[in-house]
Write a protein of this length. Structure first.
Length: 146
């Protein structure tokens, strides 16, 4: 099964990905990690798209996406999970990641990107602050058995 975890920086995607990995056994791929698959970006992209397509009905892969252009890499049949958090939580988490300082340009970037993944095309919506990861993992387990 291919599970795409989609959302803004610091919304809780990586934490959820780890929970899913532990629950159903999956390989986690983040962002542009796939570029390591080949020497050229174009070749790596082709190989990665093939791997994702094969995983829809094969091995479990969790693909963590923070950039909208990576949505185009997803084949039909991918399970799409939108992870979201309120802007203040995202800012606080990012500030922690940056050792307690959130520079104004970074803050403006976070504000500009907030809500950029909204839409109807998701199989699940997960609250990266208060979501029940265990319940979602159970749903995904059941889905993988059908």
């Amino acid at each position: 099964m291919l599970i795409a975890i989609i959302g803004e920086n610091c919304s809780g995607k990586s934490t959820l990905a780890e929970k899913i990995k532990d629950s159903i056994g999956a390989e986690i791929i983040s962002g542009k990690d796939y570029l390591r698959m080949a020497k050229s970006e174009s070749e790596a992209t082709v190989l990665f798209k093939e791997k994702l397509s094969e995983s829809v009905n094969g091995e479990n892969i969790v693909y963590v996406i923070t950039q909208a252009e990576h949505l185009a890499l997803l084949p039909d049949g991918a399970v799409k999970i939108l992870v979201s958090a309120d802007l203040e939580t995202i800012k606080e988490r990012f500030k922690t990641r940056m050792h307690g300082v959130l520079p104004p340009p970074v803050e403006k970037m976070l504000e500009a990107k907030h809500g950029s993944f909204e839409g109807d095309e998701y199989d699940y919506r997960y609250d990266g602050v208060n979501g029940d990861a265990d319940a979602l993992c159970e749903e995904l387990k059941a889905r993988s058995l059908t």
